[in-house]
Ligand binder design. Sequence first.
Ligand code: SF4
Length: 482
Amino acid sequence: MCGVIAISGTVSSAYEVFFGLMNLQHRGQDGAGILAVDSSKKDRFHMQKGSGLIETVFSERSFQNLHGTAALGHTRYATVGRNDPNMLQPFLDFEAGLALAHNGNIVNYYDLRGELKTEGEGKVSCVSDSELMLRIIINALAGRAKTAANIFDAVGIATKKLVGSYSVACVTESGDIFGFRDPNGIRPLVFGEKKLEDGRTEYGFASETVALEFLGFDKISEVGAGEVVFVSQDGKVERKVVAAVEFNPCMFEWVYFARVESEISNMSVYNARFQLGLLLAQQIKDLGIEADVVIPVPETSRIAGGAVAEALDLPFRELLIKNRYVNRTFILDDQHSRQEAIRRKLFPIAAEIKGKRCLIVDDSIVRGNTAMQIVKLVRQAGAREVILVSTCPPIAHACYYGIDFPSEAELIASGRDEKAMAKELGADRVVFQTIDGLKAALEQKQLCTGCLTGTYPTNVSFGVEFRRQRLKDRHGTTEILC
Ligand code: SF4
């Protein structure tokens, strides 16, 4: 997962990208980059990239160089090459005059890279699907001017080759910006406009509405699945759907990943999480489960926890206190780091837990690390009973589209029913949201539910090689195979 943003139409575009990125930090904490374009100068592109959190990568001094009326930003969540600075985005092809920032995963990356190498295309030097995507678009442009029509055509050609998830923002050397989304719209991308005091209009793309709203954008629309939106440097907006479309957005954006202030596909993340809680409460009622207190796992489960408590008429108590200086556990990239982070991250209020039947609400149970530690903490704090409920249905399959649950063997729901999971986690009982409940809560006719059902919106047969290479990259061996 990553966050992308592009802004044009203001001299403070790089600043705005920086503040937009601060609102997308939750989408990736491994590194960040900003590229600014000053089309009036010969030396047009200025870029700064670095590893770590956005505020550690950029300082006030950064903006002495990042000039121009268009800028592109990226915050990185690495699924491969975590410590490789060559993989930080945006990617720029200086000669071609085009830069790109990508959120998603190209499943057939290794096949496409092989094809480009066979064609003698030596520029794809590092292991990045995003750089490969940039090269494919440049090849499809075949030296033509970067007009809206030619960009629509080039992205259309690229879309026929690329399999996977991609929400992309780009900037040209002239200061045009454009964004596009894969034909299933798996990852979110929005387009916004803001009227400036001098009468001109500023334009922006971002992974989430929260980033543009923070910057004062008021007219915000989705970039549709398979759609390209092109904004020329003089403010002409053109939109075109360039691929056959079947909208299947990732359910996990609402459940866990996106900021609660955001809206995806006309459904607010806050409301989705509240509805997930209400439907879960109905299940708990139907199962005849009784409890004394509802405790959310901070932070993403708060909204659903409140809904569960309200619907069951139980007290809602925040009795697991988070140390805010420890980063999100899911986003850390190895098992040991995650377990350590969980132990240091949460502290139970034992005096309030002792002797109670505790209903713990979590957004999802993926590997089970967090859940297992929480059950242990709550039991040690003296709970009489621990019932664990998940707002997401059991995640039993890999994700090929950018969420880091790569191997079924790592997923607690793989090959286990609820009873077996409760035993494994040390809980008295576990209850999961149903897939129908999920669809109803998110108010979406269609969703990607590949990690729940094993049925994916695209061909994922290339994914085996992707996962093999990813594990090789991570562990230095291909022996730990999925
Ligand atoms: S497989 Fe799961 S996590 Fe991956 S995109 Fe689909 S719904 Fe999201």
